[in-house]
Design a protein around this ligand. Structure first.
Ligand SMILES: Nc1nc2c(ncn2[C@@H]2O[C@H](COP(=O)(O)OP(=O)(O)OP(=O)(O)O)[C@@H](O)[C@H]2O)c(=O)[nH]1
Ligand SMILES: [Mg+2]
Length: 682
């Protein structure tokens, strides 16, 4: 395949709520364009885009899938994205790869949570947008009502570009057609409304229009693109992926009206970091240096690591050497591929606007910039607004010896998924986090199915700490006489509480060598052993100062071990007298939720020993609610918020500070430790 001009390339992402029919729509478009002999179905697990075994099992897309098809000498790259909230990171991740976001709305369900979110995310990235109302064949749909709701919610710029006709079995064009019969509304009115909207972005054309009364579609092309770019026009079209209504028409709209790579808003890249970063724009020019952005990475057991990218500038051929971000070592492309679901189609060249893939490149990662000149480094995309993974579970291998395999699997899964994280926590466990229960189930199934890692899960431990709330004296004399050589060391120390977050201080105030200088490190070592597990419930001790001020030694029997033991015991002696307490992490919580749920959310947070500190309106009837609460009280918050807000709420937390736990909690933690802690000591 020779290099195509950007003028004959279109890139679109199908986005929208789960079950709206995106994958089926992609299937219908592939079939209508002759790219596949016949449509597969979700129910049979035979679609091009949901090729993963887990997608077939869940009957939902779990990752973005790329297909290309040809229509009227134009190459269309389509990205089918997941609509389930748990997998939304992969849909957001795909937005920088396209000129147009096609928001698919389920005619049966109307506007849903992800519909609104995607309209907003796409607008934030300045993408051209269009709406497809799918499932117009289904029973009990109110299409005029839905169109009105879309206009009321997303603005008057949402204008029908075709209308259902013949009882929803076909659609009639309203842009090129000045008149015709539709099931509702009027083709003539819709035509008029589109022209009025488009000419508004071009004063000269507006004047001509007012004078002549009509304008040819050719003259409207440039202002149409401008209106799309400016968000002044969001075309709405109707379709049924099931009975084929509006599918051929949708292909024509894509080719004739949707922006090619020179007509959209190019994504913003930055050169450099932080405040010093300067914005740069890629130019869709095949002769310039290569600039491509990796928006999807998969690790396939057969083809290895695959990086899927959008070319924004320059040309990639089999001979191109590409650098990954700031990396110094280029790789040779060798096989540039176009994609069709799971199939790789080798191609001669990928130019601006193309979406392609390379395989077996170890260092490639999500959000990487690929370029072909080593002075073009430090370029990255303006960061994506990805949801922060908040659903956390702790994992451990079922079998000893599997640790390495699990750690490798986690690493590979994290490279694929920007909303999945794995960390080793300060409570000394491996915690994985994602966007919800389904997301975690998917990860665990992959761990087991693909990486043969058998694991147990449980709720993550809370990283409690211990400290003291008063000063106290401590003393210990370590004396042992067993057979020949003895052990002797004696330590006097004093402890003082420090401010929250101050950590630990060790002060040597020994005068006159009562503890010889060479043994002070041993005393400190003994003291530090206690820090690892405090006396109340075995949590690390912090915010305490230890001042060693006196002791005794013996010319022959004083040894390092003796002072380690004495330091440790003297410190423990002091802590018991210094009213030890348990501290718990307090986190800042930010919740996005519908206005109407404010009362329930505030009540729920206060029942969790938390507090709301303020709210901001964020549009779309949503509030940003800020507050704080103990981390320990938020273990099931994900589920709770989901039920309070009927799935519309989301939240994020970040560590704020440590505070003393209530006495009842302290007693309970101490009791649990007494019960289980000793088992570990044996
Ligand atoms: N009646 C009718 N059903 C449809 C149509 N399009 C899709 N469906 C059905 O709707 C269900 C969901 O379709 P999908 O294509 O999986 O929806 P999706 O938007 O890809 O869903 P996610 O992958 O979860 O985001 C399936 O059972 C389809 O058969 C349509 O035009 N009419
Ligand atoms: Mg799908």
């Amino acid at each position: 395949m020779p290099l195509l001009s950007p003028a004959v390339i279109r890139t679109l992402a199908l986005v929208g709520h789960g079950g709206s029919g995106k994958t089926t729509l992609a299937e219908a478009l592939l079939a209508a364009a002759g790219a596949i002999p016949a449509m597969g179905s979700i129910e049979k697990g035979t679609t091009v885009c949901d090729f993963d075994p887990l997608e077939k099992k869940f009957q939902h897309s779990l990752n973005s899938a790329v297909v290309h098809l040809n229509h009227r000498d134009t190459r269309i790259h389509l990205i089918d994205t997941p609509g389930l909230p748990d997998f939304i990171g992969r849909a957001i991740g795909a937005l920088p790869a396209v000129e147009t976001a096609v928001v698919v709305v389920n005619a049966q369900n109307g506007i849903e949570m992800i519909t609104s979110r995607m309209m907003q995310w796409a607008a934030n990235r300045e993408l051209c947008r269009m709406v497809v109302i799918n499932k117009i064949d289904a029973a009990n749909v109110d299409l005029p009502g839905l169109l009105a709701a879309i206009q009321a919610t997303f603005g008057r710029e949402c204008l029908p570009i075709n209308l259902p006709a013949a009882g929803g079995t076909k659609v009639v064009d309203c842009f090129f057609n000045p008149s015709g019969e539709a099931d509702f509304s009027s083709v003539a009115d819709a035509h008029q409304a589109l022209i009025d909207q488009v000419v508004e972005v071009d004063e000269a054309l507006m004047a001509k229009y007012l004078e002549q009364g009509d304008i040819s579609p050719d003259e409207l092309h440039a202002p149409f693109e401008k209106a799309l770019r400016e968000g002044h026009l969001i075309p709405v079209c109707f379709a049924s992926a099931r009975n084929g209504a509006g599918i051929a028409e949708f292909l024509d709209i894509i080719v004739k009206l949707m922006p090619n790579p020179t007509e959209g808003n190019p994504p913003q890249f930055l050169r450099g970091e932080g405040a010093a970063a300067t914005p740069i724009h890629a130019e869709p020019d095949a002769t310039k240096h290569v600039l491509a952005h990796v928006f999807k990475v998969t690790v396939d057991p057969f083809v290895g690591k695959v990086g899927v990218f959008r070319v924004h500038q320059g040309t990639i051929t089999q001979d191109t050497q590409l650098y990954i971000g700031d990396g110094r070592k280029p790789f040779k492309v060798t096989h540039p591929y176009l994609l069709r679901g799971r199939d790789f189609v080798e191609t001669g060249a990928l130019g601006p606007g193309d979406i392609g893939a390379v395989s077996k490149v170890e260092d490639i990662h999500f959000d990487a910039v690929l370029h072909d000149s080593h002075d073009e480094d430090h370029i990255h995309l303006v960061p994506l607004e990805l949801p922060v993974p908040m659903y956390r579970i702790a994992i451990e291998p079922k079998k000893r010896g599997d640790e390495q395999r699990i750690s490798e699997a986690l690493h590979k899964l994290a490279a694929e998924d920007p909303t999945f994280r794995a960390e080793h926590t300060s409570a000394n466990e491996t915690v994985i986090s994602g966007l919800g229960e389904l997301h975690m189930r998917y990860i665990l199934e992959r761990m087991q199915g693909q990486y043969h890692a058998e694991i147990n899960t449980r709720p993550p431990r809370i990283p409690y700490r211990e400290t003291v709330s008063a000063g106290a004296e401590g003393h210990y004399r370590h004396k042992k006489q067993t057979g020949g050589a003895g052990q002797f060391g004696e330590v006097f120390l004093r402890i003082e509480p420090l401010a929250r977050g101050a950590g630990f201080e060790f002060v040597d105030q020994v005068k006159g060598g009562t503890i010889p200088g060479q043994f002070i490190p041993a005393v400190e070592k003994g003291v530090r052993q206690v820090l690892e597990a405090g006396p109340v419930a075995g949590y690390p001790l912090q915010d305490v100062r230890v001042i060693v001020y006196d002791g005794k030694h013996h010319a022959v029997d004083s040894k390092e071990v003796a002072f380690i033991a004495a330091g440790k015991r003297a410190f423990m002696d002091a802590i018991h007298k210094a009213r030890p307490i348990i501290l718990e992490p307090i986190v800042n919580v930010e919740i996005a939720a519908p206005d109407a749920n404010m009362g329930d959310i505030a009540g729920d947070i206060s029942s969790r020993r938390g507090q709301i500190s303020g709210t901001d309106t964020i549009g779309g009837g949503m509030l940003a609610i800020k507050g704080h609460a103990p981390l320990a009280e938020l273990a099931d918050y994900h589920t709770r918020l989901k039920s309070i807000t009927a799935g519309r709420g989301s939240f994020s937390i970040e560590f704020s500070h440590y505070e003393t736990v209530p006495a009842a909690v302290q007693a309970q933690l101490a009791e649990e430790h007494a019960r289980t802690g000793h088992a570990e000591d044996d």
